[in-house]
Ligand binder design. Sequence first.
Ligand SMILES: Cc1ncc(COP(=O)(O)O)c(C=O)c1O
Length: 453
Amino acid sequence: MSALAGTDPLLEVDRRHVWHPFTQMRSWCAEPQLVIAAGEGCELIDSDGNRYLDGVASLWANLHGHRHPRLDAALIEQAGRLSHCTMLGLANVPATELAGRLVELVPERLRKVFYAGDGACAVEIAIKMAFEYWSLRGVSGRCRFLKLDEAYHGDTVGAVSVGGIDVFHRIFGPLLFDTVAVPTPNAYRRPNDLGVADYEEAAAGAMESAIAEHAASLAGVVVEPRIQAAAGMLTHPQGYLRRVRAACDRHDVLLIVDEVATGFGRTGRMFACDAEGVEPDLMTLGKGLTGGYLPLSAVLTSDDVYDAFLGEPHEGRTFYHGHTYTGNPLAAAVALASLDVFADEAVIEGLPAKVELMRQLLDRHVAAAPNVGDVRQEGLMVGVELVADLHTREPLPAARRTGDRICRRAVDHGVIVRPLGDVLVLMPPLAMSPDELERLVEVIGTCIREELG
Ligand SMILES: Cc1ncc(COP(=O)(O)O)c(C=O)c1O
């Protein structure tokens, strides 16, 4: 019997009352599903006691494993003091300490921390801050944003406006504000008659020209650094981010780097920006900020951005934005414990060996599997793109739901992964052991062969 034919009676309640995110509920209700009841290390455990490798780190968030003793202890200890109080008019201990720790880790230019809950909220805040910054400086007309094709920054209306994934975003077109879009620099989906180097150069040139052409109307450029995760793990060429920064500097445009997915070690470095020595004006963090335990996100800004908002209370320069749970102490306490784990367990130092192991495993188990058109890797973020024709890169028929079918097979092999269309995504917790990484990649290779071989 498939592991997916779970027996938990809660599934009946779920089908009757729960509406799942990014889910066609007719299919959800018709197909067998899992109910997860516990987690331990890099495994999730269903309500029948079956264990599964968490191959996507619970949607790219978990870093040190589930039920990490130090994160659990920090959460319990903080709950014994204070679970929540507002940051409107009050400071709280862990959120304040965390801000002090974060500015020591991020690129130097970033000195101030504004908290929110989810990644999309952080992006929303960064957009509003960048817009208001120009207005407060008395510069008119700076109200548009430049973005990449196929960008993804979350699902609130502002974040969708600076996104570009057609299948998610098209329907909301009439609600969105105007943006300038430039081609993603990933070469896999380039026109057939263009070589990789030419395509990448043209994409970088298009970004630079668009910044130059539209600078007078741009509040900022918003990018996912080095890899567009939700677009299907589309990696960018080395040096692209630096060229974006240089173009923003030349034309006095703010650079907003969205590290919600890439931050906290995912790319093999603490932040993706570190790979190119890039200092953004605003940076968004989320997902891994609490080690994947609780919703907490943040916007970090330069002093220049922050200072523009300073004035007397009656002058109207205040940044009028906040959420009930902004800077929640439980989440901040766990985030502090996560940073302690990074330091005490030398997490970043251990990543290069895991990243190289992942590369070798993908080579051994996946690269030569049927219909594998491209294997993209940035640190421990991996996309395996399946296509109908390796030569023309023609996609598989969407109605066949190949990616989804492969991921459902993986469950029977004790692995949980999620596809983005026909791109299989692997994004293990940073703590995944070499043996677990091998099992994860081997299962993906096996399931591709079972489905397409
Ligand atoms: C780059 C990026 N920004 C923002 C978000 C949105 O974060 P959240 O789902 O926490 O709102 C995501 C989510 O995948 C993301 O990948």
